[in-house]
Design a protein around this ligand. Structure first.
Ligand code: PLP
Length: 421
């Protein structure tokens, strides 16, 4: 094998085609994409409104380099993102190619912001230990995802982290810890607090208290710390709103998006920011020192804009909410029926199920069993410290219809039954 995939000794089936919520392998076996890949393919596969559009865009403009040209495609996408941003607050977008890059850019923009404000010593970041922000060294330094960071501990930055339990500890305890950690490190050294509105791969859709973000944002403002919301997984409709922070009525200073932006049709991600963040940089150095060769790729930008338009045209945010409620209600019933399910949680089509951590190996067995039954689900970690490999994310495409939702649940329960025996 010349192409390397994550598990070097595993033989992965080769995907041959995909349509709607289904993927087909070379043998013709059908899989219901219950995870949208890595919570990405929000419009499913081979969408009739996307494929002809990409072909048409290919004939027009594919690539120009961002230091030489802008493009109508990138401008139009940034304008649309401004229009859908929380309270129309994020007027500016910096395009990159992956969620990790969006986080790296967000970190750099935060540091540059404070440099322009005359506080160059603000170079550290505060994050929650239970989190995943990306795979590069800096993004991983923010992330407590043990499995993904354990081999690289020695190479990672030591940023201060929050350990309070988002569900079990009270909001008061969470606030207290937040303030203590800020004061211990010294606000004068902290550029930003970085958090996923709902914790995905590192928390199995862990969802903070309804007042959590307003409280934390207020503390950030009081101490002069920026708030970076990592909406790479939650953003652009996954939770039934354009941005998950709408559920908390909170506006972050900087927002990262990825995954659902290109929806699997184009590799694209972005770092969004308010005027407050951009203005001092614009008036100061006039340069954002980040970016990549493919940043602002016109074909990717045009595709992403079309994705957002289709979400609107086809009223998919309502479908996400409606199908999410239907699936979650059924999962709650399954929790009562299967004692090894500890937790069911989530919003929209981002749902998490945690198995009892004492049942070692159950998660892997379950994922394999689902795969055998033609259902794709996504692994996540959970438990008290986020080190138990006991979580499953269910995150099907936004286009999921009622029959497909029932099929997903049927295969899910069938797999539960089979691993229970
Ligand atoms: C919340 C969050 N941030 C960042 C990332 C990194 O995104 P990417 O894999 O596109 O680099 C992910 C990926 O799973 C994520 O879930």
């Amino acid at each position: 094998m010349h192409n390397l995939q994550p598990l070097l000794n595993k033989t992965y089936p080769k995907a041959a085609s995909a349509k709607g919520v289904y993927i087909y392998d070379k043998s013709g076996k059908q899989y219901l994409d219950g995870s949208s890949g890595a919570v990405t393919s929000s419009l499913g596969h081979s969408h009739a409104k996307i494929i002809p559009f990409i072909k048409q865009q290919l004939d027009k403009l594919q690539f120009v380099y961002r230091s030489q040209f802008g493009s109508e495609e990138a401008e139009a996408l940034a304008t649309k993102l401004f229009a859908v941003s929380v309270n129309k607050s994020h007027a500016h977008s910096f395009f990159v190619n992956s969620g990790t890059e969006a986080i790296e850019t967000a970190m750099k923009i935060a540091v540059q912001y404070w440099q322009e404000k005359g506080q160059p010593e603000k170079v550290h970041f505060l994050s929650r230990w239970k989190s995943y922000h990306g795979i590069t060294m800096a993004a991983l330094s923010l992330s407590g995802h043990a499995l993904r960071r354990q081999r690289f501990e020695g190479s990672l930055q030591k940023y201060p982290a929050l350990y309070a339990d988002l569900e079990k500890d009270s909001l008061q305890q969470q606030r207290k810890e937040f303030i203590e950690v800020i004061e211990k490190k010294g606000a004068k050294h902290i550029a930003a607090f970085v958090a996923e509105p709902m914790v995905g791969a590192a928390g199995t859709a862990l969802t903070p208290h309804p007042e959590y973000y307003q409280e934390m944002k207020k503390i950030c403002d009081d101490y002069g710390i920026l708030f970076i919301a990592d909406e790479v997984m939650t953003g652009l409709g996954r939770t039934g709103k354009w941005f998950a922070l709408e559920h908390w009525q909170t506006v972050a200073d900087i927002v990262t998006i990825g995954k659902s932006l290109g929806a699997g049709y184009a590799p694209i991600a972005a770092t969004l920011m308010t005027d407050k963040i951009l203005d001092p940089i614009k008036k100061g150095s006039g340069l954002i020192m980040s970016g990549h060769t493919y940043s602002g790729h016109p074909l990717s930008c045009a595709t992403a804009l079309r994705v957002l338009e289709v979400i609107e045209e086809d009223n998919l945010l309502s479908n996400v909410t409606e199908k999410g409620v239907f699936i979650k209600n059924r999962l709650m019933e399954l929790k009562d029926a299967y004692p090894f399910i500890d937790v069911v949680r989530g919003k929209g089509l981002m749902m998490g199920i945690e198995f009892n951590p004492s049942r070692k190996g159950l998660q892997a067995r379950f994922i394999d069993q689902c795969f055998n039954n033609g259902l794709l689900v996504y692994p996540a970690v959970g438990g008290a410290t986020g080190e138990d490999e006991n979580g499953i994310l269910i995150s099907p495409p936004f286009i999921l219809n009622q029959i497909e939702a029932e099929e997903l649940l049927y295969k899910f329960e069938k797999s539960l039954n089979e691993i229970n025996n």
